[in-house]
Write a protein that binds this ligand. Structure first.
Ligand code: AN0
Ligand code: CP
Length: 317
């Protein structure tokens, strides 16, 4: 595997999940693979889970790891070609990226949607420059339109906890005070569709996701209807995708918050969220603390999804 930015890079999902569960049984079985190999993790945005779980996965594989917070200690990077660089940025991404490639074997990039220009975000302008100019295998640690390591971890978690072959999985929008990217719901939808579950998306009007990610999912504006009979409830906020409101907040309606009453509509569903989560906006204290909450097992599986991706990249170096 040379690049990992979407479900299309991972091959058959049953094989990937099987490999993940094997890695989870013995996460040090491949510690020879990363000997004398270096992972460089580049963060343009904050992280707790991705930073720790990906570093842990790389250490399980015997790799050395370098972490760079671009906004904390590095030169501020210009990303537009053709600008006269008389402003804030002393360095251009077009030099910085190939330089970074000199010091490592694999690069992970976190670069959220900027909401300045929808085309740039949906063309994945930043991570694609790493793919084009670093000369190294590159994987997404959440880019502008997707968070595939999270969706892979979520898939592993559902496979571990499901009690039917084809569970009903519901992705529901929930309120949040700040505008968030569509990356997590996009990837979750893409991976759930690929897994072939009974998959439903629910959100208020105006929060429609990009059709290429929604695929054949059922979409409804009626959250209660969506929740009925659900086996897994995956809550997440996102900002509007559709024009002319791209990147904007259209609603903070706390009637969409996942509460015990809402969970009572489901078939004793598990609650899921990628974290970080704002309690009593996205989900009530009671639900996230209940024995049906999978937020910690999901986070734990981030180490596993990252290890499978790094293992496959190391195997193809
Ligand atoms: C980010 C998001 O919604 O994309 C990261 C989630 C993994 N969340 C926040 O910025 C709060
Ligand atoms: N879920 C997730 O990616 O969390 P971080 O933003 O803390 O890495």
């Amino acid at each position: 595997m040379r690049y990992f930015t979407s479900v299309n890079d991972i091959g058959p999902l049953d094989k990937a999940v099987k490999e993940a569960l094997e890695v989870k049984q013995n996460r040090f079985a491949y510690s020879h693979l990363g000997r004398n190999r270096t992972l460089l993790m580049i963060f343009f945005n904050s992280s707790l889970r991705t930073r720790l779980s990906t570093q842990k996965a790389a250490m399980n594989l015997g790799m050395n790891v370098i972490v760079l917070d671009v906004n904390n200690g590095a030169w501020k990077l210009e990303t537009e070609r053709g600008v006269i660089m008389d402003g804030d940025c002393p360095e251009h991404l077009l030099e910085a990226v190939p330089v970074m490639g000199c010091y490592c074997d694999i690069i992970g990039v976190r670069s959220f949607a900027r909401f300045e220009n929808k085309e740039d975000d949906y063309n994945e302008k930043i991570i694609n420059q790493f793919i084009k100019y670093s000369g190294r295998p590159v994987f997404s640690m959440e880019a502008a339109t997707g968070h595939p390591l999270q969706a892979f971890a979520d898939l592993i978690t559902i496979e571990e906890y499901k009690t039917k072959a084809r569970p009903k999985v519901v992705l529901t929008w929930a309120p949040h005070p700040r505008a968030l990217p569509q990356a997590v719901p996009n990837s979750f939808a893409q991976w759930m569709n690929a897994a072939g579950y009974d998959f439903v998306i629910t959100h208020p009007k105006g929060y429609e996701l990009a059709p290429e990610f929604v695929g054949n999912a059922k979409v409804t504006y009626d959250q209660d209807e969506a929740l009925r009979g659900a086996d897994f409830v995956y809550a997440k906020n996102w900002s509007a995708y559709a024009d002319p409101n791209y990147g904007q907040i259209l609603s903070k309606d706390r009637a969409w918050t996942i509460t015990t009453e809402k969970m009572a509509l489901t078939d004793n569903a598990y609650f899921m969220h990628c974290l970080p989560v704002r309690r009593n906006m996205i989900v009530s204290d009671d639900v996230i603390e209940s024995d049906r909450s999978l937020v910690i097992p999901e986070a734990a599986n981030r180490e596993i999804s990252a290890e499978v991706v790094l293992k496959r990249m190391l195997e193809s170096l």
